[in-house]
Design a protein around this ligand. Structure first.
Ligand code: GLY
Length: 368
């Protein structure tokens, strides 16, 4: 017979990426008893591949006002979230307020960038149109063929690997158990979630189960009707090693096709392709070529740097690009998934909302 954990947890969180860990940490801080179930290693999915842009202005798009409200709100939470997390974990999370510079390198790109700038203005976002000289004053490494730019001074960035390590440390310090294993089924009583079954035969009894499994959230272990509509969208990304003392750029640099995110140690993250390839995570010659070509076009000095890593990750994507954060289709099932291009950015807001929902549910179950 399968082993059953006697202790009734407040929550099992399935998925140990930045979203799952942030939810667990905030829930534990609120006094809840939480286990994170991660099938590989913490952050092994999209969190390990993400560039860590915290850039709601740059990611704003037509018809996505609701998403923008969420990303702007979470962006406001980030400085305090990073400060508290660094304190709880006793380590840096690589958060930096560096701003972003969007660049056009020919007339067509300038026309497209101007349409994007008009959208930013219509949404009252903090962004300024710049002439080429002003772009090169901000970032001297930018190509002389730059014809226009948009500066968004309040965008920021975080190092997702440092963030994952900090979240693991903070989770452990606040009593969260991070278990390695796979979920294989929900435990249900009277159509209410009572826990989870794992591949190792363990039965974890819990008042709530949170699905935070990124692109793997539409999992077979969930009943059909409870599977969230999440699909993977592949992104390939590169890391170049530069010198911290002679940075190629100091801000996030964005063109129509790529973004470049500098780290304080001189590394540059160059991302990312957007591909509907299912669960394929292969790195292709075409993907790498496209990213390197575009990086060279906007920041010619990138040609001198060493290419140290190539990776592909899977963005958990929903039909309307909005994240799924809140109650699922069964009483006691919660969703924290579907964050598409904004998982790292939306982590503080998601964690706040999930921790509040878990606390409320535990109080209700105890009162029954
Ligand atoms: N947030 C950037 C990306 O998903 O590529």
């Amino acid at each position: 017979m399968a082993a059953r954990s006697e202790r009734q947890l407040d929550a099992v969180i399935v998925g140990g990426g930045v979203i799952g860990l942030a939810c667990a940490w905030r829930a534990a801080e609120a006094g809840l008893d939480v286990v994170v179930l991660e099938r590989e290693a913490p952050g092994a999915g999209a969190s390990n591949v993400a560039a860590g842009m915290l850039a709601p202005v740059g990611e704003a798009s037509w018809g996505e006002e609701r998403l923008l409200e969420l990303t702007m709100r979470s962006h406001e939470l980030w400085p305090e979230f990073a400060r508290e997390l660094a304190g709880a974990a006793g380590r840096d999370v690589g958060y930096a307020d560096i701003g972003s510079l969007h660049l056009a390198l020919d007339r067509d790109e300038a026309a497209e960038l101007h349409r994007r700038f008009e959208l930013m203005q219509s949404l009252a976002l903090d962004a300024e149109w710049l002439r080429p000289r002003a772009c090169r004053e901000l970032e001297p490494g930018v190509s002389p063929s730059c014809v226009a730019g948009v500066h968004a001074p309040h965008e920021s960035a975080v190092d997702p690997r440092a963030l994952t390590a900090a979240l693991v440390a903070a989770c452990k310090a606040s009593g969260v158990r991070i278990a390695t294993g796979e979920a294989t089924g929900l435990l249900l009583e009277d159509e209410r979630v009572t826990g989870i079954r794992t591949a190792a035969g363990e039965r974890l009894s819990a008042r709530s189960v949170v699905v935070a499994a990124g692109s793997w959230s539409a999992a077979e272990w969930l009943p059909d009707a409870a599977r969230p509509p999440v699909r993977p969208v592949k992104g390939q990304i590169l890391t170049l090693a530069g010198r911290a003392t002679e940075p190629v750029c100091e801000r996030i640099v964005v063109t129509e096709r790529i973004y470049v995110v500098p780290r304080s140690d001189g590394r540059l993250m160059i991302g990312a392709t957007v591909e509907e390839q299912g669960f394929d995570t292969s790195v292709t010659a075409g993907g790498v070529y496209e990213l390197l070509r575009e990086a060279y076009r906007v920041l010619p000095e990138t040609a001198e740097l060493e290419l140290v890593e190539t990776l592909a990750g899977l963005r958990p994507t929903t039909p309307d690009n909005l994240p799924l954060v809140g109650p699922g289709a069964i009483d006691g099932l919660l969703l924290a998934t579907g964050h598409f291009r904004n998982g790292i950015l939306l982590a503080p807001l998601t964690a706040e909302r999930i921790a509040a929902a878990l606390a409320q549910r535990s109080a209700e179950v105890v009162a029954r």
